[in-house]
Structure formats: structure tokens, C-alpha cells
Write a protein that binds this ligand. Sequence first.
Ligand code: 5GP
Length: 190
Amino acid sequence: MKTGKIIIFSGPSGSGKTTIVKHLLKKENLSLVFSISATSRVPRKGETDGKDYFFLKEKKFKEKIKNDEFLEHEEVYPGSFYGTLKKEINRIWGLGKNIIFDIDVIGGLKIKKKYPNQTLSIFLKTPNINDIEKRLIKRNLDSTKMLKIRFNKIHEEIKLAEKFDISLLNNDLDKAKNRAEKLVENFINN
Ligand code: 5GP
């Protein structure tokens, strides 16, 4: 199968990666298709199975790990598994498209290692951690306990930023979107 390019967006939750990924998906010239991950976490309000994630019960998720169906998988938060199904990647490449990932830092680095030359890995940073924490509190999607877990993870993830091809600072969303678009366009066309 002819394989396309891979674009990875990682970075702390609240860094704006989902917004930037959505922006890039609208750009037809980039021929990007979003890699829908599998997760064992419960759907949030407004999320659809097969669109945002493939929502699986933990037992089913673990069965798929055993059957070697994942390209990578992580227990991103205690008790919540996330992973990229090999089937999903083959589906997108089968369409002749490039793949874009919104994935945690460890998972992103694993994929980069598997496909070093055809992957552009971008770490999205915000100017300071306080901003991210404020954004996460404001979006009001998590319990206090979950927020604490997310904040701890942010500190761990920032330490790995230098392992990415590019660190992109998001202190102005429009500028970050434009910069991301240029970087991806350049990578895909070369
Ligand atoms: P959320 O629960 O907020 O949707 O996602 C939590 C974290 O899991 C985010 O950092 C997201 O990028 C990451 N994530 C989503 N899908 C995958 C995946 O397939 N593999 C890995 N390793 N992380 C993922």
C-alpha cells in the first residue's frame, strides 16, 4: 500500500491542539484525515462514537491489545486507555490521504519512531502553565480530581517537548493556526 505522510500534534491538554487540528482538517489542499483513536474512557457530552473516538469497554480494549491490533496504546490517565488502531491507519492510507493525529506525547513519540521520515511531529506549547490550567478549569469538562491528574501530566509532558521535530508556541491562536498550516503544507509538499 502507498503510505502517505503523518502529522502529529501533541502537547498538554488545553494547549489548543484540538482547535488547530480541526483548522487544518478544513484545508483541502493538505489532504488530511483525522486518525480516530480508540479509548476506554466514557464519551463526553456531544461526542459521537466513530467520529470523535471509537469508545470501547476496557475489556474490549484489552482484548485488542492482546490481539496486536494497536499501532500504539497508552494508559494516558489512570484507568483510561487510548490507542491508535492499525486498521484506522490503513483505512486512511487506503484513501490516498495523509494522517493527522491528536495524541498524547508518549504516543506521538512512538509513532515518530516507527515512521521517522514520513512523520512531522509538532509539540504545541502555551506561554505558561497557568494559562493552560485556567483554560482547563474554564472549559469545565473535568472533576477536581481529574483536573489534578491533568495538571500533573502537563508537567511531565513539557519535559518531553524537545524530542519533537518542532515546538510551536500558541500565545495567539490565529498566528499558531497559520504557522501550523505553513509547516504542514511545507512538509507534505516536500
Ligand atoms: P481526552 O480525554 O481529553 O480526549 O484526551 C486525553 C489525551 O489522550 C489527549 O492528550 C489526547 O491527545 C490523548 N490521545 C487521544 N487519542 C490517543 C491515542 O490514540 N493514543 C494516545 N497515546 N493518546 C491519545
